[in-house]
Ligand binder design. Structure first.
Ligand code: DX5
Ligand code: ZN
Length: 217
């Protein structure tokens, strides 16, 4: 599958979101981090802002829900027009039902694993999803250091996807930058979230292109 670069607007200027998203028009997706200060110790945006953002861009909007009770909220993001909605296994109480609801509302269903969560116990859920998100930092904040210790899990996840002959994207999120993206790609990731590496660059569009080249190398 082709490499997808998904800049995270967590590192963008929230007062100028439409312009900040326009600045990465050559990205493949735009990644939106929804945090509730319960599942993670940080608070960002929710559905009303995502709805407003959806009106300003033609890029597929990838919603990463770092919230308690994703079972309650996730289908609403799908119904609003998000291209993909990802829930955390650590937070969901009925992941299969919620993933199916996301799909039936017309979005791709994603399942996220925190750095300390193993992938093998969730192998049977791979047939229920369109994307597996392996967190490469503890979720909650942008600009953290990439956790190399998670790379074997990325590799293992790719093996499980391949072994089942599934069409599931493998996304990495956290500390992905010019110095780490190649290791992620080599381990089998094909969707790369990058927040600070894109929005702290002088030219975000050029940063997206250079990440894509490195991942495809
Ligand atoms: C972290 C978020 C990430 C974050 C990544 O909890 O899920 O999407 O924006 O930021 P960087 O790329 O700066 O690590
Ligand atoms: Zn994220």
């Amino acid at each position: 599958m082709a490499v997808q670069i998904a800049p995270s607007i967590l590192s963008a200027d929230f007062a100028r979101l439409a312009d900040e998203v326009a600045a990465i028009a050559d990205a493949d997706w735009v990644h939106v981090d929804v945090m509730d200060n319960h599942f993670v110790p940080n608070l960002t945006i929710g559905l009303p802002v995502v709805e407003a953002l959806l009106k300003t861009t033609t890029l597929p909007v990838d919603c990463h829900l770092m919230i308690e009770d994703p079972d309650r909220w996730a289908p609403g993001y799908a119904a609003a027009g998000a291209a993909s909605v990802t829930i955390h296994v650590e937070a969901a109480s009925a992941p299969i039902r919620t993933l199916r609801e996301i799909r039936s509302a017309g979005a791709r269903a994603g399942l996220a694993l925190n750095p300390g969560t193993a992938v093998d116990p969730y192998a049977d859920l791979l047939s229920e999803i369109d994307m597996l998100l392996v967190m490469t930092v503890e979720p909650g904040f942008g600009g953290q250091r990439f956790l190399d210790v998670v790379l074997p899990k990325v590799r293992r996840a790719r093996e499980l996807i391949k072994g089942r002959d599934l069409d599931v994207w493998l996304q990495v999120d956290g500390g992905v930058n010019a110095g780490t993206i190649e290791r992620c790609a080599e381990a089998g990731a094909d969707v790369f979230v990058a927040g600070s590496a894109v929005y702290s660059a002088d030219d975000p569009a050029a940063a997206v292109r250079s990440l894509r080249e490195r991942a495809a190398a």
